[in-house]
Design a protein around this ligand. Structure first.
Ligand SMILES: C[S@@+](CC[C@H](N)C(=O)[O-])C[C@H]1O[C@@H](n2cnc3c(N)ncnc32)[C@H](O)[C@@H]1O
Length: 526
């Protein structure tokens, strides 16, 4: 009778697993496991070795199948527990080894994953799967190399015009540490050694992302599409927090707004891929806390494929990248982020000295101070970077207000405005760096002029060259692809060294593997 019931549960669970009905499969495997366990204790008392071994086999298979179902639902903690239970009973259980390897690979523990795939490969059940196992081993090797060296080769994807699936990337942490930031009292991310512009600082995968094709702002459907995207994102974060104690504990190291000066400074080792085995106790995620954390730390994403190619402009994404959440904002930043799939690659967009804080822009900084103030207000802070401090003093100059007002209402001759601003800067004896700040604030006005033959014919001799403007703006905000595009289109003398520098500041070294000119002219220029 009992055997019959076990058989029925086994068949039902197998069917659910094949149908990929993971939740139901987990339920039935749980019933099967508890029945097997009851049988096991009875059989142990009756000391029947054949029956005992049969039940062990049944149990380890049930554990490894439940692990598979749990891992498909990204319940990695639960799945690893099940794999370990299966492996306790049968040290070389093929399915449990394979499943544990896949989970560890997903958790960025590449060398641990390799160990399990190798063990699975030795099992005689692996015959039909040896090619797949070799594939996993190759992936582990590639990712382990990336995560240890910070060398990422995106050439194939770049050459194919960023088409298709974005490449699989490892997590990587370079020479950075978390420390208290003098600028805002909270914590910040700092470099531990001198780095050159273009140096990769770290690569981190999002805990979750929400994506959507959003219509133009102002259209009716806009808000509902945005809400759907946010809801999906929040649901995924809550789910990830419930399923993985490590994820929730790492999320809890982030600021939930206010009182940042009292928050602890976590050690960078906590975030390293392959870091483990810290045992985190299970905690029930607090919804209110999670929502406040997301409010302070979520970033909007722009896929490089979309921005570089200028396609999918309406494409939008939001995500939570834990390590990147320690980076404070600056309107005069020294780092940039590139989004490749769910990964964020952060690199220096100018040379940074050891001990200096890393900053990037949370929002578009090629706009005047007043606009930037509005945006930082939505983030709940007032930026006090060098550029904002400088423009705060200059912002009250009537002349700048006049330009802003004229620009707001449109219809003016931008060439005349650029020429006026340049004249005023001469009169105010504005220094090189500060010229860059103001030009960056009025960048759209400059770019319109450089892109208009008519304006250039009329004003060309009275305004600085695109080279001089691009250099000073890049000095103010780090390379920006909009500056690079205008420079490439209009720079009469295309200084290769400057283009290389700009490309490094904007795209770190993804272009290195590809012919630079080819890369620029095929993908950057429309
Ligand atoms: C993503 S977190 C950055 C890390 C944060 N400082 C911490 O200790 O966790 C964003 C928060 O940092 C602070 N912040 C970021 N950039 C800032 C800036 N330029 N000036 C003042 N506060 C800033 C604000 O409190 C903001 O809500």
């Amino acid at each position: 009778m009992e055997e019959e019931m076990l058989q029925q549960l086994r068949s039902k669970a197998t069917e659910l697993l094949l149908r990929e009905e993971w939740i139901q499969a987990i339920n039935v495997y749980s019933q099967l496991i508890s029945l097997c366990q009851q049988n096991l204790s009875k059989t142990q008392q009756a000391s029947d070795p054949d029956r005992l071994s049969k039940i062990h086999k049944s149990l380890s298979l049930a554990f490894s199948n439940r692990a598979e179902a749990r891992s498909r639902l990204r319940d990695f903690d639960g799945a690893i527990e099940d794999c370990d239970r299966a492996l306790e009973m049968e040290g070389t259980h093929f399915k449990a080894l394979l499943c544990k390897g896949k989970i560890l690979l997903n958790l960025n523990r590449y060398s641990d994953a390799s160990h399990f795939f190798q063990k699975a490969l030795l099992d005689n059940q692996s015959n039909g799967s040896s090619e797949a196992l070799q594939g996993y081993l190759d992936r582990c090797k590639k990712l382990e190399f990336q995560s240890k060296t910070g060398t990422f080769d995106l050439s194939e994807w770049v050459i194919n015009g960023f088409k298709g699936k974005s490449p699989e990337l490892a997590e990587f942490i370079g020479s950075v540490e978390i420390k208290r930031s003098e600028n805002n009292g909270g914590r910040g991310l700092f470099v531990t050694k001198n780095v050159e512009a273009g140096t990769l600082l770290f690569v981190t995968r999002a805990v979750a992302t929400g994506r959507g094709i959003l219509p133009e702002p102002g259209e009716d459907a806009d808000e509902s599409a945005r809400l759907v995207m946010w809801k999906d994102f929040i649901d995924k974060i809550v789910e990830a927090s419930m399923k993985c104690c490590r994820t929730y504990r790492l999320i809890c190291t982030l600021s939930s707004g206010g009182g940042e000066e009292d928050l602890g400074v976590p050690d960078i080792s906590l975030f390293r891929p392959e870091a483990e085995e810290v045992v985190f106790t299970k905690e029930k995620p607090e919804m209110g806390k999670l929502l406040s954390i997301l409010d302070v730390n979520s970033l909007t994403e722009d896929a490089i494929s979309a921005t570089v190619l200028g396609r999918n402009k309406e494409y939008s994404g939001v995500g939570l990248w834990i390590l990147a959440s320690f980076i404070n904002h600056s309107c005069n930043p020294n780092a940039r982020r590139l989004h490749v799939g769910d990964h964020m690659m952060v690199h220096a967009s100018r040379d940074i000295k050891a001990g200096e804080e890393i900053t990037f822009a949370y929002f578009d900084v090629l706009v005047p101070l007043r606009k930037r103030r509005e945006m930082s207000k939505t983030w709940g802070f007032q930026c006090n970077c060098k550029r904002c401090r400088y423009e705060e003093v200059f912002g009250c100059r009537e002349e700048l207000r006049e330009i802003e007002t004229v620009l707001e209402f449109g219809g003016s001759d931008k060439g005349a405005l650029v020429s006026k601003l340049e004249e005023w800067m001469k009169k105010w004896v504005t220094k090189g760096k500060e010229k860059g700040y103001l030009r960056a604030s009025f960048w759209t006005m400059y770019s319109d002029v450089f892109n208009s033959e008519k304006s250039m014919r009329r004003w060309g001799r009275r305004i600085p060259t695109i080279g001089a403007v691009a250099e000073s703006v890049a000095e103010a905000v780090g390379g920006d692809e909009r500056v690079m595009i205008v420079f490439l289109q209009n720079g009469s003398a295309r200084k290769t060294a400057f283009v290389v520098q700009l490309a490094k500041e904007v795209y770190y070294q993804i272009y290195v593997y590809y012919n630079l000119r080819g890369f620029m002219f095929k993908w950057i220029l429309p």
